[in-house]
Design a protein around this ligand. Structure first.
Ligand code: F6P
Length: 319
């Protein structure tokens, strides 16, 4: 192994830059040449590669987003696109690739591995929906961003004695809603993994009102239903004065938390070590505060389950 490359793909996540920095600096430490590929698989197909040095990743550890830019490539889904990508890598004498992204990105990485190219995945997505790791890069920052929003909303909700619905990201995954809801003391948390029970939501609101509670916060993961629709449901059933806040892409930006920077640095460093050991088809992960690996096949085919114990606890604590 003499020359490796790194790309970021799919939705950006705070901490991706810390991971790029770790890959670049660990590679240079081991006397490898390292190339950054622009816009994920799009740049891989179009041949947009830049040689990176120590200075290329200076002053980025604290920045959200990704300095390499990111994209979702349709062409890479086709065998012709992947062949072009492979040629670009081989022409430049690159013999290992680190892919930082989510499950869609890893599906692409797996295809490259099947073509005989060494690839290591580093999980970077705010959704925390990747099997094989307890944490993905960006999740902790996103949860803290939502929590800050909840704190602010709680001030106005308390003052006006209102019920607020806060819609958070997560098309197929309720991790952001669950952890931000648990940390923010939400009255109800609606996640895509569990069929919403509006009677239960309303019952909880009624119980709160009966004991003198005049404000409530309900977290809705985007994959469940639009928070506006949930708000209408509640209005129709108990006629409460509700307001809706959709947090949207605010959750994807911002300076990464210490935890995201630490796991990004560890995972990026491990990815380079794995390539140096001649490994491929692996994703880096963290389980029980220890670095682990899982195969890319497992990472993309096994569904990570929501922490139901934490979900039930959140329900008990917010009665
Ligand atoms: O996968 C990350 C994520 O932010 C999801 O939570 C969300 O559903 C999706 O990306 C939004 O994608 P886009 O930025 O393409 O609208």
């Amino acid at each position: 192994m003499q020359r490796i490359a790194v790309l970021t793909s799919g939705g950006d996540a705070p901490g991706m830059n810390a991971a790029i920095r770790a890959v670049v600096r660990k590679a240079i430490y081991h006397d490898l040449e390292v190339y950054g590929i622009e816009r994920g698989y799009v740049g891989l197909i179009e041949g947009v590669f830049h040689k990176m040095d120590l200075g290329s990743v200076a002053d980025v550890i604290q920045r959200g987003g990704t300095i390499l830019h990111t994209a979702r490539s349709k062409e890479f889904m086709q065998p012709e696109g992947r062949q072009k990508a492979l040629e670009n890598l081989r022409q430049r004498g690159i013999n290992g690739l680190v892919v930082i992204g989510g499950d869609g990105s890893f599906r692409g990485a797996l295809e490259l591995h099947k073509l005989g190219f060494p690839v290591i995945g580093v999980p970077g997505t705010i959704d925390n929906d990747i099997y094989g790791t307890e944490l993905t890069i960006g999740f902790d920052t996103a949860v803290n961003t939502v929590l800050e929003a909840i704190n602010r909303i709680r001030d106005t909700a308390t003052s006006h004695e209102r019920t607020f619905l806060v819609e958070v990201m997560g098309r197929n995954s309720g991790w952001i809603a669950l952890e931000a809801g648990l940390a923010g003391g939400a009255e109800s948390i609606l996640v895509p993994e569990i069929e919403p029970d509006y009677n239960e939501v309303v019952e909880r609101l009624k119980r709160g009102i009966a004991r003198g509670k005049r404000h409530s916060i309900i977290l809705v993961a985007e994959g469940v239903e639009s928070a506006y629709k949930v708000s209408d449901e509640i209005k129709t059933r108990i006629g409460l004065d509700t307001r809706v806040t959709v947090l949207g892409h605010i959750q994807r930006g911002g300076t990464p938390t210490a935890l995201d920077r630490v796991i990004a640095s560890k995972m990026g460093g491990l990815a380079v070590e794995l390539l140096l050991q001649g490994e491929s088809n692996l994703m880096t992960g963290i389980v029980g505060n220890k670095m682990v690996t899982v195969s890319l096949e497992e990472a993309v085919t096994i569904k990570k389950t929501l922490d139901l114990e934490a979900y039930n606890l959140a329900g008990i604590l917010s009665i």
